[in-house]
Design a protein around this ligand. Structure first.
Ligand code: FEO
Length: 396
């Protein structure tokens, strides 16, 4: 499969309908994904990025149906991660010596992954590659968006930004353009991608977008490396990124818990009831972490102004699904969010204190001591949970 993106730009990537886990098992992809690779054929021919390793042979065979490989003048590797560089060994075996344009860190990463001494050409921000016919690629380094080597390439003449991972989403679609797909699905996948991958780098996202906007370049399309191409109002996803990077939150409180014999679940539901009694506007959502996809939970946290974590106490500690989420959110460096904790215990009861300490270590403000109760809640304890929910929301 290949299709025309615009003029002499063709998509030559791979739609991966079957993908359900990405980055090993770290990222759930409920709607599959795509690895987007682009061929630009002007006086010179440039290939931007490739696809993930399992599709290397299929990719190169398909590419051969579109272009005589020997006519590719330049390969551009915007990002060395395996999902975009995985077909390079297969491709470069057939066109050895063809220059690969990448950043200094890109060369290090590609050498580290493939141990090949390809013909690397190192580029920096503002370096250009003339393709003829009034088309020039201008490179913009984007370190830590989201790897040290990441870079964008802007094609003048067509006014297309090749943004690699930025502005992308794991979303398989035959339509491949933002105006042809379900908007709710699209933006949910965009937000999930941002929340789970880009949140720690939000200050850099704002800085880089402002730098690029400062170039005052006309922008007709954004060609990402995953999911759809932004051709209808491409600035809309740039604006969304600026909003999401600025300590994003909605009027939502998310309660995330795990429970052994239901006592902590009952506490969660009573606390939610208390929040609702005190504030009829706030969205309250509950998730049992043992039954909830981790990346979906992170997306809900991303949307929240506050979270409440619940865990029974086990072996003087917390339940493993709660511990797993705490490890995840520590690295994500959320800002300007509050948190509380609760849990039922039998005799030692350390879980609430442990959760509050880890939440504080992860940058959440923890305005109270949380709520812990012994055994199963009776009527008085359920009232205490509702009171805790009321106090928690009133203190935000
Ligand atoms: Fe889609 Fe960072 O690779």
């Amino acid at each position: 499969m290949s299709f025309t993106v615009k003029n002499n730009i063709q998509w030559v990537g791979k739609i991966d309908w079957e993908l359900r886990k990405f980055h090993g098992d770290e990222y759930s992809t409920h709607r599959g994904s795509s690895y987007n690779s682009y061929l630009i054929r002007e006086e010179k021919t440039a290939l931007i990025d490739t696809v993930w390793t399992p599709f290397a042979k299929e990719y190169v065979e398909n590419l051969k149906k579109t272009v005589d490989l020997s006519t590719i003048d330049y390969v551009v590797a915007c990002h060395g991660e395996n999902d975009h560089s995985g077909a390079l060994p297969e491709l470069m075996r057939q066109i050895p010596g063809t220059p690969i344009y990448c950043t200094k860190n890109g060369e290090k990463i590609l050498k580290g992954l493939y141990h090949e001494d390809w013909n690397f050409k190192i580029v920096k921000t503002s370096d250009t590659l003339d393709l003829g016919n009034g088309r020039t690629l201008t490179f913009v380094e984007a370190p830590m968006l989201h790897w040290p080597d990441s870079m964008f390439a802007y094609l003048s003449g067509d006014e297309v930004l090749f943004s690699n991972d930025a502005f992308g989403q794991h979303y398989a679609s035959e339509f491949m353009f933002n105006d042809r797909v379900d908007q709710a699905e699209l933006f949910q996948e965009c937000m999930k991608y941002y929340a789970n991958i880009l949140t720690p780098f939000s200050p850099l996202v704002i800085k880089k977008i402002k730098e690029i906007l400062g170039f005052n370049l006309p922008l007709d399309m954004i060609c990402t490396s995953h999911g759809i191409i932004w051709r209808d109002s491409p600035a809309q996803i740039v604006e969304k990124y600026l909003e999401w990077a600025d300590s994003y939150q909605e009027n939502q409180i998310t309660i995330l818990y795990d429970t052994m014999w239901d006592s902590t679940r009952i506490m969660a539901e009573q606390i939610a009831g208390g929040i609702r009694q005190a504030d009829d506007d706030v969205t309250v959502k509950l998730f049992n972490l043992a039954k909830t996809d981790k990346n979906d939970a992170v997306t809900e946290i991303f949307k929240s102004k506050a979270i409440l974590l619940g865990s029974s106490t086990i072996n003087n500690g917390i339940l493993v699904h709660v511990a797993s989420l705490l490890e995840e959110i520590k690295g994500l460096k959320f800002k300007k969010k509050s948190a509380g904790a609760f849990g039922s215990y039998g005799w030692s009861g350390e879980a609430v204190k442990i959760m509050l300490e880890r939440l504080a270590d992860s940058g959440f403000s923890t305005p109270d001591q949380g709520l812990r109760l012994t055994w199963a809640p009776d009527d008085a304890n359920m009232a205490a949970c509702r009171d805790y929910g009321k106090r928690f929301v009133q203190n935000l």
